[in-house]
Design a protein around this ligand. Structure first.
Ligand code: SAH
Length: 292
Protein backbone atom coordinates (compact mmCIF):
# COMPACT_ATOMS: atom_id res chain seq x y z
CA UNK A 1 0.00 0.00 0.00
CA UNK A 2 1.78 3.09 -1.23
CA UNK A 3 -0.47 5.98 -0.36
CA UNK A 4 -3.32 6.42 2.11
CA UNK A 5 -6.66 6.04 0.41
CA UNK A 6 -9.87 7.75 1.41
CA UNK A 7 -13.24 6.15 2.01
CA UNK A 8 -16.28 8.37 2.33
CA UNK A 9 -19.53 6.76 3.40
CA UNK A 10 -22.17 9.17 2.20
CA UNK A 11 -25.91 9.59 2.61
CA UNK A 12 -27.35 11.49 -0.35
CA UNK A 13 -30.68 12.34 1.29
CA UNK A 14 -34.13 11.47 -0.04
CA UNK A 15 -33.59 12.44 -3.68
CA UNK A 16 -33.63 16.16 -4.41
CA UNK A 17 -30.18 17.60 -5.11
CA UNK A 18 -30.61 20.57 -2.81
CA UNK A 19 -31.18 18.19 0.10
CA UNK A 20 -27.69 16.68 -0.17
CA UNK A 21 -25.33 18.12 2.45
CA UNK A 22 -22.62 20.40 1.00
CA UNK A 23 -20.02 18.21 2.70
CA UNK A 24 -21.31 15.17 0.82
CA UNK A 25 -21.20 17.14 -2.45
CA UNK A 26 -17.57 18.07 -1.79
CA UNK A 27 -16.68 14.43 -1.10
CA UNK A 28 -18.45 13.27 -4.25
CA UNK A 29 -16.49 15.83 -6.24
CA UNK A 30 -13.17 14.66 -4.79
CA UNK A 31 -13.92 10.95 -5.18
CA UNK A 32 -12.34 9.00 -8.04
CA UNK A 33 -14.51 5.92 -7.64
CA UNK A 34 -18.19 5.94 -6.66
CA UNK A 35 -19.86 2.77 -5.41
CA UNK A 36 -23.58 2.36 -4.91
CA UNK A 37 -26.87 0.82 -5.80
CA UNK A 38 -27.98 1.65 -9.33
CA UNK A 39 -31.01 3.79 -8.39
CA UNK A 40 -28.95 6.08 -6.15
CA UNK A 41 -26.20 6.42 -8.75
CA UNK A 42 -28.89 7.59 -11.15
CA UNK A 43 -30.15 10.14 -8.62
CA UNK A 44 -26.71 11.78 -8.49
CA UNK A 45 -25.57 11.00 -12.05
CA UNK A 46 -24.86 14.64 -12.88
CA UNK A 47 -22.53 14.93 -9.90
CA UNK A 48 -20.47 11.85 -10.72
CA UNK A 49 -20.02 12.21 -14.46
CA UNK A 50 -16.69 10.90 -15.73
CA UNK A 51 -15.79 9.10 -12.49
CA UNK A 52 -15.18 5.38 -12.14
CA UNK A 53 -18.28 3.61 -10.89
CA UNK A 54 -19.29 0.29 -9.44
CA UNK A 55 -23.03 -0.14 -9.77
CA UNK A 56 -24.71 -3.27 -8.59
CA UNK A 57 -28.16 -4.56 -7.81
CA UNK A 58 -29.92 -4.85 -4.50
CA UNK A 59 -28.59 -8.25 -3.42
CA UNK A 60 -24.91 -7.61 -4.07
CA UNK A 61 -24.18 -5.29 -1.16
CA UNK A 62 -21.40 -7.38 0.35
CA UNK A 63 -19.41 -7.56 -2.89
CA UNK A 64 -19.91 -3.84 -3.38
CA UNK A 65 -18.70 -3.02 0.14
CA UNK A 66 -15.61 -5.24 -0.32
CA UNK A 67 -14.75 -3.66 -3.67
CA UNK A 68 -15.01 -0.19 -2.13
CA UNK A 69 -12.82 -1.09 0.83
CA UNK A 70 -10.20 -2.83 -1.34
CA UNK A 71 -9.90 0.12 -3.70
CA UNK A 72 -9.63 2.64 -0.85
CA UNK A 73 -7.12 0.51 1.02
CA UNK A 74 -4.99 0.44 -2.13
CA UNK A 75 -4.88 4.25 -2.15
CA UNK A 76 -7.91 5.37 -4.15
CA UNK A 77 -10.44 8.02 -3.18
CA UNK A 78 -13.71 6.14 -2.90
CA UNK A 79 -17.25 7.26 -2.09
CA UNK A 80 -19.87 4.70 -1.10
CA UNK A 81 -23.35 6.15 -1.42
CA UNK A 82 -26.68 5.23 0.12
CA UNK A 83 -29.97 7.06 -0.10
CA UNK A 84 -31.08 9.00 2.97
CA UNK A 85 -28.47 8.43 5.67
CA UNK A 86 -25.91 5.71 4.98
CA UNK A 87 -26.08 4.58 8.60
CA UNK A 88 -29.85 3.98 8.51
CA UNK A 89 -30.55 0.60 6.87
CA UNK A 90 -27.79 1.59 4.44
CA UNK A 91 -24.28 0.66 3.37
CA UNK A 92 -22.54 2.34 6.31
CA UNK A 93 -22.61 -0.51 8.82
CA UNK A 94 -21.74 -3.09 6.17
CA UNK A 95 -18.67 -1.14 5.05
CA UNK A 96 -17.51 -0.81 8.67
CA UNK A 97 -18.03 -4.54 9.18
CA UNK A 98 -15.89 -5.28 6.13
CA UNK A 99 -13.16 -3.00 7.55
CA UNK A 100 -13.33 -4.94 10.80
CA UNK A 101 -13.15 -8.23 8.93
CA UNK A 102 -9.90 -7.28 7.20
CA UNK A 103 -8.43 -6.02 10.48
CA UNK A 104 -8.25 -2.33 9.48
CA UNK A 105 -7.07 0.01 12.28
CA UNK A 106 -7.49 3.77 12.79
CA UNK A 107 -4.53 5.60 11.22
CA UNK A 108 -4.11 3.00 8.48
CA UNK A 109 -5.27 3.31 4.89
CA UNK A 110 -7.98 4.14 4.12
CA UNK A 111 -8.95 7.23 6.07
CA UNK A 112 -12.65 6.74 6.79
CA UNK A 113 -15.28 9.50 7.01
CA UNK A 114 -19.04 9.16 7.38
CA UNK A 115 -21.16 12.03 6.09
CA UNK A 116 -24.75 12.21 7.31
CA UNK A 117 -27.76 12.49 5.05
CA UNK A 118 -31.41 13.34 5.60
CA UNK A 119 -33.04 10.00 6.31
CA UNK A 120 -36.49 9.05 5.01
CA UNK A 121 -37.98 9.58 8.47
CA UNK A 122 -37.01 13.27 8.51
CA UNK A 123 -37.70 13.83 4.83
CA UNK A 124 -41.16 12.26 4.95
CA UNK A 125 -42.06 13.98 8.23
CA UNK A 126 -41.30 17.39 6.75
CA UNK A 127 -43.85 16.79 3.99
CA UNK A 128 -46.72 16.14 6.39
CA UNK A 129 -46.07 18.54 9.29
CA UNK A 130 -44.23 17.93 12.56
CA UNK A 131 -45.09 14.34 13.49
CA UNK A 132 -41.69 13.83 15.19
CA UNK A 133 -42.22 16.50 17.84
CA UNK A 134 -41.98 13.89 20.55
CA UNK A 135 -40.27 10.52 21.04
CA UNK A 136 -40.23 8.50 17.86
CA UNK A 137 -38.56 5.39 16.53
CA UNK A 138 -38.02 3.65 13.23
CA UNK A 139 -38.72 0.03 12.47
CA UNK A 140 -37.93 -1.77 9.25
CA UNK A 141 -40.57 -4.31 8.29
CA UNK A 142 -38.20 -6.24 6.03
CA UNK A 143 -37.73 -9.75 7.36
CA UNK A 144 -35.08 -10.65 4.79
CA UNK A 145 -32.26 -10.18 7.32
CA UNK A 146 -34.21 -10.00 10.61
CA UNK A 147 -36.52 -12.70 12.01
CA UNK A 148 -40.16 -11.64 11.93
CA UNK A 149 -40.63 -12.55 15.62
CA UNK A 150 -38.10 -9.90 16.61
CA UNK A 151 -39.68 -7.29 14.36
CA UNK A 152 -43.10 -8.06 15.82
CA UNK A 153 -41.72 -7.77 19.36
CA UNK A 154 -40.31 -4.34 18.57
CA UNK A 155 -43.63 -3.20 17.11
CA UNK A 156 -45.44 -4.45 20.24
CA UNK A 157 -43.15 -2.50 22.55
CA UNK A 158 -43.03 0.65 20.45
CA UNK A 159 -46.82 0.60 20.20
CA UNK A 160 -47.24 0.11 23.95
CA UNK A 161 -44.67 2.80 24.78
CA UNK A 162 -46.57 5.30 22.62
CA UNK A 163 -43.72 6.12 20.24
CA UNK A 164 -44.46 7.81 16.95
CA UNK A 165 -43.26 5.13 14.52
CA UNK A 166 -41.71 5.43 11.08
CA UNK A 167 -41.93 2.12 9.23
CA UNK A 168 -39.20 1.62 6.62
CA UNK A 169 -39.45 -1.13 4.00
CA UNK A 170 -43.14 -1.52 4.86
CA UNK A 171 -44.07 -3.75 1.92
CA UNK A 172 -43.12 -4.89 -1.54
CA UNK A 173 -44.99 -6.54 -4.36
CA UNK A 174 -45.09 -9.94 -2.68
CA UNK A 175 -44.59 -8.81 0.92
CA UNK A 176 -47.82 -7.22 2.21
CA UNK A 177 -48.55 -9.26 5.36
CA UNK A 178 -46.15 -7.35 7.64
CA UNK A 179 -47.73 -3.91 7.44
CA UNK A 180 -51.18 -5.46 8.00
CA UNK A 181 -49.90 -7.19 11.15
CA UNK A 182 -48.20 -3.99 12.34
CA UNK A 183 -51.53 -2.17 12.02
CA UNK A 184 -53.31 -4.88 14.05
CA UNK A 185 -50.77 -4.52 16.86
CA UNK A 186 -51.01 -0.72 16.82
CA UNK A 187 -54.81 -0.90 17.08
CA UNK A 188 -54.40 -2.72 20.40
CA UNK A 189 -52.87 0.46 21.81
CA UNK A 190 -54.12 3.40 19.72
CA UNK A 191 -57.37 4.73 18.39
CA UNK A 192 -58.45 3.80 14.83
CA UNK A 193 -58.45 7.57 14.22
CA UNK A 194 -54.70 7.87 14.92
CA UNK A 195 -53.15 9.91 12.09
CA UNK A 196 -51.09 7.95 9.58
CA UNK A 197 -49.17 9.34 6.61
CA UNK A 198 -48.05 7.23 3.67
CA UNK A 199 -45.22 9.07 1.98
CA UNK A 200 -43.95 7.61 -1.26
CA UNK A 201 -40.79 8.78 -3.05
CA UNK A 202 -40.34 11.88 -0.90
CA UNK A 203 -38.52 14.65 -2.78
CA UNK A 204 -38.38 12.53 -5.90
CA UNK A 205 -40.13 12.80 -9.22
CA UNK A 206 -43.03 10.51 -8.33
CA UNK A 207 -43.65 11.84 -4.84
CA UNK A 208 -47.08 10.85 -3.48
CA UNK A 209 -48.52 11.64 -0.07
CA UNK A 210 -51.60 10.08 1.52
CA UNK A 211 -52.93 11.37 4.83
CA UNK A 212 -55.06 8.69 6.42
CA UNK A 213 -55.49 6.94 9.78
CA UNK A 214 -54.91 3.53 11.36
CA UNK A 215 -58.39 2.41 10.41
CA UNK A 216 -58.14 3.15 6.67
CA UNK A 217 -54.42 2.97 5.90
CA UNK A 218 -54.59 -0.39 4.11
CA UNK A 219 -57.02 1.03 1.55
CA UNK A 220 -54.05 2.66 -0.17
CA UNK A 221 -51.03 1.47 -2.06
CA UNK A 222 -48.03 0.81 0.21
CA UNK A 223 -44.81 -0.33 -1.45
CA UNK A 224 -41.03 -0.37 -1.39
CA UNK A 225 -40.73 3.36 -1.87
CA UNK A 226 -43.16 4.25 0.92
CA UNK A 227 -42.41 5.28 4.48
CA UNK A 228 -45.37 4.85 6.83
CA UNK A 229 -45.57 7.41 9.63
CA UNK A 230 -47.89 6.47 12.48
CA UNK A 231 -48.75 9.08 15.11
CA UNK A 232 -48.73 8.48 18.86
CA UNK A 233 -51.87 8.85 20.99
CA UNK A 234 -50.98 12.57 21.18
CA UNK A 235 -50.64 13.20 17.45
CA UNK A 236 -53.41 15.18 15.75
CA UNK A 237 -54.05 16.98 12.47
CA UNK A 238 -54.58 20.65 11.87
CA UNK A 239 -55.08 22.05 8.37
CA UNK A 240 -53.77 18.86 6.84
CA UNK A 241 -50.63 18.95 8.99
CA UNK A 242 -49.68 16.18 11.41
CA UNK A 243 -48.62 17.52 14.80
CA UNK A 244 -47.13 15.62 17.73
CA UNK A 245 -46.99 18.18 20.54
CA UNK A 246 -43.86 18.50 22.62
CA UNK A 247 -46.04 19.03 25.65
CA UNK A 248 -45.89 22.80 26.06
CA UNK A 249 -49.62 22.77 26.73
CA UNK A 250 -49.04 20.66 29.83
CA UNK A 251 -46.89 23.38 31.35
CA UNK A 252 -47.91 26.63 29.69
CA UNK A 253 -51.04 28.36 28.51
CA UNK A 254 -50.23 28.83 24.81
CA UNK A 255 -52.49 31.91 24.48
CA UNK A 256 -50.86 33.91 27.25
CA UNK A 257 -47.50 32.03 27.55
CA UNK A 258 -48.21 31.94 31.30
CA UNK A 259 -47.01 28.97 33.34
CA UNK A 260 -49.88 26.76 34.48
CA UNK A 261 -50.62 26.63 38.21
CA UNK A 262 -48.35 24.21 40.07
CA UNK A 263 -45.70 24.09 37.27
CA UNK A 264 -42.19 25.53 37.36
CA UNK A 265 -40.23 26.30 34.16
CA UNK A 266 -36.99 24.31 34.00
CA UNK A 267 -38.32 21.69 36.40
CA UNK A 268 -39.95 18.28 35.95
CA UNK A 269 -43.55 18.36 34.73
CA UNK A 270 -45.99 17.69 37.58
CA UNK A 271 -48.82 15.92 35.78
CA UNK A 272 -49.61 12.22 36.20
CA UNK A 273 -49.18 10.06 33.09
CA UNK A 274 -52.88 9.23 33.04
CA UNK A 275 -53.77 12.90 32.59
CA UNK A 276 -51.36 13.36 29.72
CA UNK A 277 -52.15 10.22 27.76
CA UNK A 278 -55.55 9.08 26.68
CA UNK A 279 -57.55 6.44 28.57
CA UNK A 280 -56.98 3.42 26.32
CA UNK A 281 -53.29 3.41 27.22
CA UNK A 282 -54.21 2.49 30.79
CA UNK A 283 -55.96 -0.63 29.53
CA UNK A 284 -52.97 -1.75 27.42
CA UNK A 285 -53.37 -5.43 26.79
CA UNK A 286 -57.03 -5.27 25.87
CA UNK A 287 -57.43 -5.58 22.12
CA UNK A 288 -60.39 -3.19 21.95
CA UNK A 289 -59.23 0.40 22.16
CA UNK A 290 -61.69 2.34 24.32
CA UNK A 291 -62.30 5.74 22.80
CA UNK A 292 -62.86 8.78 24.97
N1 SAH B 1 -30.80 4.72 4.06
C1 SAH B 1 -32.18 5.06 3.75
C2 SAH B 1 -33.13 3.92 4.06
C3 SAH B 1 -32.97 2.70 3.17
S1 SAH B 1 -34.16 1.45 3.51
C4 SAH B 1 -32.57 6.32 4.54
O1 SAH B 1 -31.86 6.72 5.45
O2 SAH B 1 -33.61 6.90 4.22
C5 SAH B 1 -35.32 1.74 2.21
C6 SAH B 1 -36.63 2.29 2.76
O3 SAH B 1 -36.43 3.66 3.10
C7 SAH B 1 -37.77 2.31 1.76
O4 SAH B 1 -38.45 1.06 1.75
C8 SAH B 1 -38.64 3.42 2.32
O5 SAH B 1 -39.41 2.93 3.41
C9 SAH B 1 -37.61 4.39 2.87
N2 SAH B 1 -37.28 5.50 1.93
C10 SAH B 1 -36.06 5.78 1.43
N3 SAH B 1 -36.11 6.87 0.64
C11 SAH B 1 -37.39 7.30 0.66
C12 SAH B 1 -38.08 8.40 0.03
N4 SAH B 1 -37.44 9.27 -0.76
N5 SAH B 1 -39.41 8.53 0.27
C13 SAH B 1 -40.05 7.66 1.07
N6 SAH B 1 -39.46 6.62 1.68
C14 SAH B 1 -38.14 6.43 1.48
Amino acid sequence: MSEHGKLWIIGIGPGAHDLIAPRALAALEEAELVVGYQTYMTLVRKLIKGKDKIRTGMTEEIGRARAAVDAARAGRKVAVISSGDSGVYGMGCLVLEVLKEIGWKQGESPEVALIPGITALNACASLVGAPLGHDACMISLSDLLTPWDLIEKRIQHAAAADFVIGFYNPASGRRQRQIARAREILLEHRSPETPVALVKSAYRYRQDIVQTNLNSMLDYDIGMLTTVLVGSTQTYRYEGLMITPRGYRNKYDLDSSAVRPGQTPGHTLKVPLSEVQRPWLKSAGSSEPSLP
